[in-house]
Design a protein around this ligand. Sequence first.
Ligand SMILES: [Zn+2]
Length: 427
Amino acid sequence: MSRPLPVRLLDPATSRDLMGLATVEVRDDFAVLVGFEPLPESPSPALSTPVFWLLPGLIDLHVHFREPGGEASETIATGLAAARAGGFATVVTMPNTNPPVDTPDGVRRQRAGSSGYPRILPSACCTVGRAGRVVAPLAALREAGAVAFTDDGAMVADDAVMEAVLREAARLGLVVMDHAVVPTIARDGVVRDGPAARAHALPLFPDEAEVAAVERDLRLAEKTGARIHLQHLSCRGSVEAVRRAKARGVRATCEATPHHLLLASEDIPGDDADWKMNPPLGTRADVAALREAVLDGTIDCFATDHAPHMAALKAPGFVGGAFGVVGLETAVGATLQAMVVEAGMAPLDWAARWTTAPARTLGIAPPRLEPGAPVCLVRPGPWTPQASDLRSRSHNSPMLGRTLWGRPVRPGTRPPSSCRAADSCRR
Ligand SMILES: [Zn+2]
């Protein structure tokens, strides 16, 4: 039995934010809570209080493991190792593998990739072959274990097909997640305006490509009564559309990624495809709008859009390089830096966006900090991730070498400095 650790416990399901002594053990390679004793009359501690933070194991609604078809960039096993290192107990895998996950067998293979934690909850395609033309066998996919439907990487661009998907998903009680980018508007756009875009004459991505898709999805969700989840919102116009729709009762949720919340197009250092993703980084004004939307609840969840690509696929630079960045290991540090350190979000609210909020989007039980539950243990304070910190098979990340705040750690790791003994936290 390991010794109790002084911790700041953050449990959104029970609205608890308090100091205490927790016993955490590694079982089957994942940290679980054994027991917790609150310290008497402990107020909400200061951000700088040097104790570990203890949260329920996180949920990531949006990861790309490249198996089958792209194992040189990521396998299910290396993706799960990255998830474990990032504090994630649950990941929703995207179906844009090769072949895509559009059959019950495909769904079952994704689920079988994990036993215990991190667990895989697979999503499945909305349309056959992710081609956007024929609705996939959604009932059979759900029966096989799919928890959501999405053609992520591509929007379901045909309105009639999307409406049919939404009606069937609503009947089945599952959410539809859309990669809301209209391809005929985005065309070859790869970046938003900024010094790097100008220096290298890179084709610009118009906001309208995302905003028009978001508005279309919200309109169809309103018409059908189905639940829509908008993936990786990146600009002011999108969050304004979602805010208006939520106010009139549309059943919409949405996510923002760590990179869209922390980084802006003005930060892009050059023609470096480790900064290329779809949709691209917003401008500083967009980042401010996204943060405001997280704070007021318009944006419900954080999700990484962890998108590994081996170096050869990124080598061509912005034009020709693959879209996407890895994000599982740096998700905690990047969102704490962006939202808690820079935007002043309460740590308990931050924790909710990685736990109870994504659970609500999926319609699964919210994770709770109770004995036996998987946990995420965070060492607060500055952390500068290096490539050697990543467990993912790919290292395409704009977060490397950047100072983030907070790092998931395994039990048994050295406690934050000046908190070596439980006594120091008892005062
Ligand atoms: Zn996407």
